[in-house]
Design a protein around this ligand. Structure first.
Ligand code: 13P
Length: 251
């Protein structure tokens, strides 16, 4: 892990959780305040219904809140959508954009994701921009090209001046219990770092690159120790306070 970048551990609760899940947040807060001070910045991205509660209850223990998606427009006739400004108003400081589940379920394209990331920055949020190849793209030897293409097209030029986070999440590793080998993770993160530096210079050298896809308490330590892995974006294992705390402590 690059020492000049503060590691980030972000939990993506996806479409899970209700007010009852706030007990997990309280348990996590207790673990974070009684245990050794975490080396990582801790973010939880709950469903939007719980964003305000997570933001206000998490703040006392340093847990930051993020949305899981935002609309590219600031306001208007977009039934069911939320703007980045609304997420900020609810207490979010981050927002995930371009998660592969949104790319797949909602047909989100790189230009649409770029527009969302721009909207997020405009509202004062830090976007967590997700990229990652499918299994068939990896099997056919195109993983690096796909990821490079997504990075080029979904990260706005303004990322040269604003803080953004990149999350590399191979689609086939999400929720499957399968992960790339450490070498494969290292190679992809090195490539992403090189592309960020090429495009954004010093800013690209300090942009956190998170790994996501089946991070568990059992594998967190070795994955998070890989060069240019500056933290993790955690799905399933972020739902239970003890598991998530173990991953945070692995940094
Ligand atoms: P899992 O940790 O459940 O594999 O999910 C990863 C993910 O998609 C986080 O955004």
């Amino acid at each position: 892990m690059t020492t000049t970048i503060t590691p980030v551990i972000a939990g993506n609760w996806k479409m899970n959780g209700s007010r009852a899940s706030l007990s997990e947040l309280q348990e996590l807060a207790a673990l974070l305040t009684t245990g050794d001070a975490p080396r990582a910045m801790v973010i939880i991205c709950p469903p939007a219904t719980m964003l305000h509660a997570v933001a206000s209850q998490g703040s006392t223990s340093g847990i930051l809140a993020g949305g899981q998606d935002c609309h590219a427009q600031a306001a208007g006739a977009h039934t069911g959508d939320l703007s980045a400004g609304m997420l900020a108003d609810a207490g979010a400081q981050y927002v995930i954009v371009g998660h592969s589940e949104r790319r797949a379920d909602h047909g989100e394209t790189d230009p649409a994701i770029r527009a969302k990331a721009e909207a997020a920055m405009g509202a004062g949020l830090k976007p967590i921009i997700c990229i990652g190849e499918t299994e068939s793209q990896r099997d056919s030897g195109h993983a690096e090209a796909v990821v490079a293409g997504q990075l080029a097209a979904s990260v706005p030029d303004a990322a040269g001046q604003h803080d953004v986070i990149i999350a590399y999440e191979p689609v086939w590793a999400i929720g499957t219990g399968r992960t790339p080998t450490n070498d494969e993770i290292a190679r992809m993160h090195d490539r992403i770092r090189a592309l960020l530096v090429e495009r954004f210079g010093d800013k690209g050298a300090t942009t956190p690159i998170l790994y996501g896809g089946s991070i568990k308490p059992q594998n967190a330590r070795e994955i998070l120790a890989i060069e240019n892995v500056n933290g993790g974006l955690v799905g399933g294992a972020s739902l239970l306070a003890k598991d998530f705390y173990t991953i945070i402590s692995a940094v």
